[in-house]
Design a protein. Structure first.
Length: 155
């Protein structure tokens, strides 16, 4: 077993990328938190005209914490899976924690190896391979750009 296999529970790179593709397809086919939201405090719609992706992000923020989150929209598997995975992670986080996660994820998509190795990202690392395809990076970041728009420092 080499170092790469040891780091990923004995899977080689081909098995790992297959596993990651399955994670992305699973979220695309069975999106989490794709629904209406009660008591929405923040909402935004953003699109990625290069690919035709659209994401509506809905947040219910209470006391600086994301009490509930959902999304609606349509588009490619990368954009929809990224939104689904993001909502799964954000629920219950403080706004600051959510923005820190967003920062790490964005750096991973821009090819920062340190960010890509961050255990903080968990399943979101399934999208690390997208960094090699600049056109698709916008797909993966669309939901996160919605988050930044709603609660980021510029909001
Ligand atoms: Zn797309």
């Amino acid at each position: 077993m080499n170092d790469s296999q040891a780091a990923h529970g004995g899977l080689d790179d081909a098995e790992l990328s297959q596993l990651y593709q399955e994670v992305i397809l699973d979220h695309y086919r069975s999106p989490r938190n794709k629904r209406e939201l009660e008591e929405t405090t923040h909402t935004v719609t953003m699109n990625n005209p290069l690919c035709g992706d659209v994401i509506d992000l809905l947040l219910q923020v209470k006391g600086g914490r994301i009490a509930d989150v959902s999304f609606q929209g349509k588009g490619c598997s990368i954009s929809q899976a990224s939104a689904s995975m993001m909502t799964e992670r954000l629920k219950g986080q403080s706004v600051d924690e959510a923005l820190a996660l967003s920062g790490t994820f964005t750096r991973m998509l821009h090819g920062d190896p340190e960010a890509a190795g961050s255990t903080e990202l968990g399943d979101l690392r399934a999208l690390a391979g997208v960094a090699k395809f600049p056109v698709r990076v916008k797909c993966a970041l669309l939901a996160w750009n919605c988050l930044q728009e709603l609660v980021g420092p510029e909001a």
